[in-house]
Design a protein around this ligand. Sequence first.
Ligand code: FE2
Length: 405
Amino acid sequence: MEPRSYSLIITISKRIDSLVSVLGVLKNHDAVITHLESRPSRTPTDEDNEIDYFIQFSVLSDFSPDTFVAILQEFVVSASLVSGSEPSSCLSDSTPWFPRSIADVAQCCTTLFKYGSELTPDHPGYGDKEYQVRRKEIAVIAKRYQYGRPIPRMEYTAKEIETWGKIFSSQVKLYPTHACKEYNKHFPSLFSECGYREDNIPQLEDVSRYLKAKTDWQLWPVIGWISARDFLNSLAFRVFPTTQYIRHHSKPFYTPEPDICHELIGHAPLFCDSAFAQFSQEIGLASLAISDEWIDNLASLYWFTVEFGLVNEGGSPKAYGAGLLSGNEELQYCITDCPERRLLDIGEIIVTKYPETGLQPLYFVASSLEDMRDQMSAFSKSIPRPFCVIYDHINQKVEVQTAVV
Ligand SMILES: [Fe+2]
């Protein structure tokens, strides 16, 4: 019999007997360990008493992965098992390129899809030479950014800070009644930890460091809109592509593109929540190497959840979508009786059309962020792909292998 190799990623308690139990299960299966790494667990729970292990081992071919994982479940918080070496036959010339490690995300974050420093006539800043020069200055930072380096700090002008302040002060008043409890739990910590204030635009580097410590997410500066595939692929590595410029001062409550107000007020606080953080990464992992049609489906899912999602709290809808949390008019409108609201159903969402501008006529309401995460985890298994990917969060890379458990 030829031995077969497997990769096992587990999260377990720091208690020595947990590791001893796992090693005992491997021993009982006559496994030969070929590689083992560990690090303090930062996902998916807020607990700080857990450790992640990445274990590669080989066993004889009569090994039953289902039985092995069933036995392991008694001793671990979570476990993922993939088999064999990379199935190179599954990767053909028609397989779309996708990042394999976090360093590859650089290729996702540098290809511009829309806007950037070149504005179109529908943009409020079109024709404002001073604004366009400023956008080019800020774009240089994103173009030169290198993974692993601190994100260069920006010195914002008084006019830019005034624009930020208008949005910040108006949104803060609505959050106690309109934002979900997870947002209201984490948002105040950004005041003390990252300099969130009406008279200060926070630095991406400070926010990125804070998120990294909380849930292992980080920000990556981009010069403008990147493609849906590049954007979603980045999420697989817990990387959030983030713009650094601010919208035009003439229309502080409108922007046709993401800007630093949308990113830091709308998106960043929810990445502190472990269930939301995991949900976002699940979308990213599901997007790797899939067809263009399925990228469109996941883009719809992202739109109706991360951008415009509502969650039920005691019978009342509350906002967790960044487009709502950073938009004054729509945050007030979304919980009124005017729009239609339906229960979250990922299968329905991916085929639902939506307007890209104006108020949304339809919102999907999750029963909880945890339920949304679990739905996504189950749904991702139904997306057609000739192989499975598993995230090695110790080395921040994806393994491409035959699906097992
Ligand atoms: Fe967004």
